[in-house]
Design a protein around this ligand. Structure first.
Ligand code: SAM
Ligand code: SF4
Ligand code: SF4
Length: 340
């Protein structure tokens, strides 16, 4: 069954957040000292998660990315991976992680059937890592990347959020690190999503600035073809090394956005910028039939008109998207709850 939203977009990809907890405090995602967490009893069991995932599969989803918070903090994650991996409708099952706990998990994740891993890493300098994430954990992340390779994960990706004055001098070092571990690096523009309470326009290091910087370091950069619905535009250096740029802030790609997001407590969000979601946990736990839930999902997706990043781009005097006092009242507005 294929269902289109009001802009003619199908739902193909599901970002499944398995926890809102995290063991890092990245400055663009979790800059505050204190957070309000989702109540533990609201967090879906793996069986509930898989039940909801099947409904998305019926609507046309064939790719799932496990995310968080930090997904590897969720106990027994490989058991969810194993349950999802056997779904016949699923063609891609991937994980986005900060890598801190990956060294101990990689082999089990591979055995459970996980297809690919993306590690978020913004710097290869230990002191800078500590100041950007408030945790001294770079060695663990590097060990995690190494373990993932040894476990047999290929097509590793490294996602790096680049913020002006923090790590824009590391584009070349990050690319070279990616080359050394056989991972494709994707540079991500700083977004003013909920949670990014320190966002300001002049902290954004744009795609244009990235390309200019890299051309200065390496020489002419060539574009590479990429699928229309892929968020990253791909490029190659003169020596053939490929990399991506996700320009969500300066060149949003909402028109082709086929992603739905499910929080760990079962709230469906239609956009990273959505201020409200649809609670699927309550009807699920109240015993709603599969058909009722499917009709609900279908109706919600059909009504979708979201294009948050495009709308934000047209805001004049753009500052913090969601004020801190509002964020503090609803964990669902946070980036670490909706999963990126
Ligand atoms: N904790 C895991 C991780 O960091 O990979 C998964 C969840 S994290 C929310 C997913 C992605 O969102 C990460 O790659 C992170 O860099 C990105 N992200 C978080 N806040 C962001 C922001 N303000 N702008 C751009 N990307 C952001
Ligand atoms: Fe950083 Fe990911 Fe944790 Fe956010 S959820 S603080 S991006 S590691
Ligand atoms: Fe999709 Fe919303 Fe991101 Fe646009 S801002 S690409 S609609 S999630």
């Amino acid at each position: 069954m294929s269902v289109l939203d009001t802009l003619g977009r199908p739902v193909r990809s599901l970002r499944l957040s398995v926890t809102d907890r995290c063991n890092l405090r990245c400055h663009y995602c979790m800059p505050e000292d204190e957070y309000v967490w989702l109540p533990r009893e609201d967090v879906l069991s793996f069986e509930e998660t898989a039940q909801l995932a099947d409904l998305f599969g019926q609507l046309g989803v064939d790719r799932i990315r496990l995310t968080g918070g930090e997904p590897l903090l969720r106990r027994n994650l490989p058991s969810l991976v194993a349950q999802l991996a056997e779904r016949p409708w699923l063609s891609e099952l991937t994980l986005t992680t900060n890598g801190v706990l990956l060294a101990d998990a990689a082999t089990e994740l591979k055995a459970a059937g996980l297809h690919r891993i993306t590690v978020s890493l913004d710097t290869v300098q230990p002191d800078r890592f500590t100041s950007l994430t408030r945790r001294d954990a770079l060695p663990k992340v590097l060990a995690g990347i190494d373990a993932a390779r040894r476990a047999g994960f290929v097509d590793l990706k490294i996602d790096s959020v680049i913020t002006k004055g923090d790590n824009d001098d590391e584009l070349g070092d990050l690319l070279e690190f990616g080359r050394s571990v056989g991972a494709e690096v994707r540079f991500i523009e700083y977004m003013d999503v909920g949670g990014a309470t320190h966002w300001r326009p002049d902290a954004v290091f744009s795609r244009a600035a990235m390309l200019e910087r890299l051309a200065g370091l390496y020489g002419p950069i060539e574009p590479l073809p990429s699928p229309a619905s892929a968020p990253a535009d791909r490029f190659q250096l003169p020596d053939g090394l490929a990399f991506g740029i996700i320009a969500s802030t300066t060149q949003p790609f909402c028109r082709t956005c086929d992603r739905a997001r499910l929080t760990a407590d079962g709230v469906l969000l239609l956009c990273l910028y959505a201020q409200h979601g649809t609670d699927l946990r309550r009807p699920l736990r109240a015993g709603a039939s599969r058909e009722t839930l499917l009709n609900l999902l279908q109706a919600v997706w059909k009504g979708r008109a979201d294009r948050g990043a495009e709308e934000r781009r047209s805001v004049r005097d753009r500052g913090t998207y969601i004020p801190l006092r509002v964020l503090k009242k609803d964990a669902h507005l946070e980036m670490h709850t909706r999963g990126g």
